[in-house]
Write a protein that binds this ligand. Structure first.
Ligand code: ATP
Ligand code: AH0
Length: 398
């Protein structure tokens, strides 16, 4: 028997698995690496986050990824080259981090690798009835496994699509297991490049639980910061807080059928990118507004679409707690605008629940890898978009 298959068999029976979860999201800011200990499975999952780091991508890497990222037309050679390149890069960054943490690679049981999303195309978006939902993550798991010598699970989203989902959001699987709490209505709000939230009702009814994207989180704010500040993001919302919301532009930005579509739904920078903003600016004749006003309006756009989505699940008179995660929780212009519109909710961060909001998505993939190895599949009822399925492909190091 292949000794790695034997190892997987033993891991599934061990009380705890040490899993490195990876996430590199739509912000292209870098690779999130979460060193986790995971025990149990399904709703009995317990996670301890032992270490976490974000390793920023250097500018040449960001530039390479941007040449193909969320674009309809690309140079095929670049896509082909980046697939193994990113896998090896991620493998190397894991080895560097383990060295910093004084952990030997042999003491890590599994890597759970999300890869880099380069294109996301649910049916609603591509509109071609003969084709299914589709999404593409690169950074092949075989390269991660061979570079590190650690069994690697990767490419989680394809199985979700194969089983009837859109390939995202997958957060529901981790959020329900880690954060559902009887007696408290919870909203887990993640503000990355794209924002999403998970609804966790106080009665813990799995069939009512779901995660949905709401639209842009930071992606348009970051593009505006690159253009006007020459910075990767508007640090602490400084530019936004010096501007005024331009109502005609805000209304033009909000005029998109995605926002009225039923939950759960997904989107990406393929829709909400530079061209989207340019078109809204032209339609609202906002060409001459200041950079600060543009940033303030984009922040309001993210905040309005997030809060309008969340309000659709709130029952009048009931208390809710919103636990924030993702880089957007560090932008006070965004968080204040959101809080002002949800007086029915108390706000905190997932840190208060034991998992840092910066690490939450990387931890999610460790949980998904654990589910795959443990063979557990929790039913979320018959809701479309949340199939009962395990996810991840297994790459062996030799
Ligand atoms: N101090 C700060 N002030 C303002 N914005 C910040 C700050 N810190 C982080 N951010 C925002 O957070 C972003 C990074 O967020 P995050 O790492 O959650 O994105 P991601 O993982 O790429 O997202 P996704 O969930 O879409 O995959 C930055 O690009 C920036 O917009
Ligand atoms: C296709 C893709 O990579 N989607 C990401 C992205 O980043 C946030 C949002 O859009 C979410 O749908 C998803 O990631 C999280 C981890 C998810 O699947 O839950």
């Amino acid at each position: 028997m292949n000794p790695h298959l034997q190892r997987l068999y033993e891991l599934a029976q061990a009380p705890t698995r040490r899993i490195v979860g990876l996430m590199s999201g739509t912000s292209l800011d870098g690779l999130d690496i979460a060193l986790c200990r995971v025990s149990g499975s399904g709703p009995a999952t317990q996670v301890t986050l032992d270490a976490f780091t974000t390793i920023p991508y250097d500018e040449p890497i960001k530039a390479h990824i941007r040449t193909i990222f969320a674009k309809d037309q690309i140079e095929f050679e670049t896509l082909c080259l980046l697939n193994p390149y990113i896998g090896r890069l991620h493998g190397q960054l894991i080895l560097d981090s383990l060295r910093n943490w004084n952990i030997a690679p042999a003491d890590v049981d599994l890597i759970a690798s999300h890869g880099q999303t380069v294109y996301h195309a649910p049916k609603r978006q591509h509109g071609r009835p003969e084709f299914p939902n589709a999404t593409l993550q690169i950074g092949d798991g075989d390269h991660v496994a061979v570079t590190t010598g650690i069994i690697t699970l990767s490419d989680f989203r394809q199985k979700h699509i194969a089983a009837g989902g859109e390939g995202a959001p997958l957060a529901v699987y981790g959020d329900y297991f880690m954060f559902s709490q009887a007696g408290e209505n919870r909203i887990l709000l993640n503000m990355g490049g794209i924002a999403n939230f998970t609804y966790l009702p106080a009665d813990e009814d799995a069939s009512a639980v779901f995660t949905t994207d709401t639209g842009p989180g930071n992606t348009l704010l970051d593009a505006c910061a690159r253009q006007f500040l020459g910075q990767p993001f508007d640090a602490d919302g400084q530019l936004a807080m010096n501007g005024q919301v331009n109502r005609p532009l805000l209304n033009a930005l909000k005029n998109n059928p995605f926002f009225d579509a039923p939950f759960p739904k997904t989107t990406g920078p393929e829709v909400f990118g530079d061209e989207y903003v340019q078109s809204a600016i032209q339609r609202s004749q906002a060409e001459t507004i200041s950079p600060a006003d543009r940033m303030a309006t984009l922040v309001q756009f993210s905040a309005d679409t997030i809060t309008e989505a969340i309000r659709r699940v709130l029952r009048p008179g009931e208390p809710y707690v919103v636990y924030m995660s993702g880089g957007g929780m560090h932008n006070p212009a965004l968080t204040r605008a959101i809080q002002a519109q949800l007086p029915q909710c108390r706000f905190g961060r997932t840190d208060a629940l034991g998992i840092s909001g910066d690490a939450k998505e990387a931890v999610l993939f460790a949980v998904l890898a654990n589910e795959c190895v443990m063979g557990s599949t929790t039913s979320f009822g018959s809701r479309e978009g949340v199939p009962t399925v395990s996810m991840g492909k297994i790459s062996l190091p030799v």
